[in-house]
Design a binder for this molecule. Sequence first.
Ligand code: FAD
Length: 386
Amino acid sequence: MSIKPRIAVIGAGLGGVTCAILLQKMGHDVVIYEQAPRLARIGAGIGLGPNVLKVMREAGVMDQMMDIGIVHQSSYSRVWDTGEILWNRRDNDWAEKYGLPPLTMHRGDMLTVLSRALKPGTIVFNKQLLDIGTRMGETQLLFTDQTEYEADIVIGADGVNSKVREILLGYEPPIYTGFVAYRSIYPSSLLGDFKVSSDAAKWWSDDRHPAQEDRHFIIYYLTKQRDEIYFVTGSPAPDWPGGVSSIPATKKEIKECYEGFHDEVQRVIDAAPAASKWPLLERNPLPLWSRDNIVVLGDACHPMKPHMGQGAGMAIEDAAILARCIDAASGNFTAAFRRYRANRIERTSRVQRESHENVWMKHPTDPSWVYGYDATTIDLVSEDTL
Ligand code: FAD
């Protein structure tokens, strides 16, 4: 194997593309294989903490993202029915403490900015990984269209239903948590004269809610101009059909779930022209993150409930640490992957646990352990630490 390996990334999501950009900046030869025919502008917003923007700065895309996204001037934590404000965060205040503020934007816009930072032709579309084998000592990637490609290193960044994870550990479906997320994005002009009372708000149920089951409703602007608004929820739903990543949701079912919630929530639901419903999936921490020259990152490795807004953040931090470990490896990539795991498992497992609890930032919180982390500069521990 050459010292500069041929690196194959499976999946052009936020984690895979970030990893490819950073590796290319270090001079590595990277190809991304993506099953979709193109990058789609999936209808979802994304919140990026200062910890994530530090990686975006290293990738050379932060300024473009800041031009599009919004730093919320007010971000309320509120009681579901009375609207009592439990906490008002001003995202700009974090900039002083952590060097950068949190940023919110459309996920599709983020992926577009990221993909433009790749060398032209890096992403090969319509390539769904089927298997990984070896021929004459070379690793072969086999795709569902029966094409084959060689690689020296394979990075599985292929999301919660990861094929690479399955190849490493055998098939095991992710765990359905009993919660779905209703999501909708639409022009704020559809709210007419009504203005939401803050740039962002999370409305929390409590045990006075008639159904007495944990649920919340998040509303935020996606653009600097505040011309696009987004809602995303965490809503109890005992069953999920399986086999699909999302389905359309009716306004009736959303209204039923959020009956009794504050008028502001009702107005935002009423104005939505369409909505979708996504299952919230998790996995227990994986016993194995890599084998030989194959490694996983992001949701392929540690999918979590989205309640800290850090799932993509952890994929992006993984990407930065993995790229650093590969670059420093001098050809011993198995050791590099062990080092990557040693540097990531404690943090990602903690974020998985806290996300599951869904209490993050409800009341005044010191987020230093999350926001203060810098994957681009933190000292790396050795592979033997775990
Ligand atoms: P993905 O983004 O899932 O990308 C995987 C890619 O691999 C896809 O492009 C897919 O098409 C491709 N792929 C899959 N299988 C194959 C195959 N066999 N061959 C080739 N390609 C393949 N995170 C945040 O940080 N902030 C938030 O505000 C936030 N909000 C969220 C809200 C909801 C409702 C949900 C469900 C999640 C949220 N997350 C958030 C979490 C975040 O979406 C994920 O953690 C993140 O997208 C994971 O990135 P990834 O690159 O690991 O995987």
